[in-house]
Design a binder for this molecule. Sequence first.
Ligand SMILES: Cc1ncc(C[n+]2csc(CCOP(=O)(O)OP(=O)(O)O)c2C)c(N)n1
Ligand SMILES: [Mg+2]
Length: 324
Amino acid sequence: MALPLEEALELYRRMLRIRFFEKKMDFLFTHGQVHGTCHFSIGQEASAVGACAAIQEDDVVMSTHRGHGHALARGLPLNNLMAELMGRVDGFCSGRGGTQHVMSWKHHFIANGITGGTAVTGTGIALAFALKKEPRVVLSFSGDGAINEGHYHETLNLAAVWKLPIIFLCENNLYAMSTHTKESMVLQDISKRVESYGMKSITIDGNDIEMVKETVSSAVQNARTGLGPVFIECKTYRFSGHSKNDLFLYRTREEEAQWLKKDPIEKYEKIIKERYGESNETFKRIHQEVEQELDAAAIFAQNSPFPPEASLLDHCWCSEGGLP
Ligand SMILES: Cc1ncc(C[n+]2csc(CCOP(=O)(O)OP(=O)(O)O)c2C)c(N)n1
Ligand SMILES: [Mg+2]
């Protein structure tokens, strides 16, 4: 069933916010304001926004090294997210988590840079919900590379045996760093492998935001009513490189061009125009508003100080003082 226009425009705006946020981070990184590296999710906005739109406020989102989009889709405020990524005190972890380890318990959001770690810790949280008989679910994002980790398979098995309330959402963007899925697995539909654990498992077009939202909604219903976990493979593509210093030498320009034609944001703009008769003006306005929000967030983050040097060892359990 088609979504009401207002909801469709809101989903569009959230995807655009992610794309512009990533572009802004790229700019700030190039200008020496973000340190380490960054993994952008440009091209994968529909799976983040569609999935997060299907869960409730007190459900938990486990996110990956490529997690800026998940955080924004979850509704983490732009200002504090940008401050975190720039290592400032106003970040969610006072700048200590940085781009791969943003955590905001207020938003029930935890990112984890360990490939496949989101499934393991997410399953632990789902077990806690089950034991406490809380009607909450975990939405655990991962990439296609994570599915080749041993711990991921142990987790899938236990989650299925114990019928835990968790949705494993795998963003299959065809690559784990520079390794194409054809080099790392025989079956190209990951959902077929997961089926063997005895859970519902499905592959969908991850660039179709309405399909993602609908599929995750029904998985959430499954998990919340005690019927156990669901695995959803979203086929998608990252338009940017793996991380900041990636020159894309392992993929062809033709392949990129094919996927650019399936851009989730352009695709949805076209659908909204055709279905509801919205004009270019509407989209121009949304673009301007999102750009303004991001400019303001960058100023907020730049004005936030770095944590004081004296706090360097705070929260470190192995520091001289021993365990807190
Ligand atoms: C346990 C572990 N092994 C290796 C790495 C290094 N690493 C970071 S991202 C990545 C590739 C992950 O690929 P995928 O799961 O497909 O996610 P994508 O980057 O495509 O979003 C690897 C191997 C890591 N972070 N953790
Ligand atoms: Mg991948």
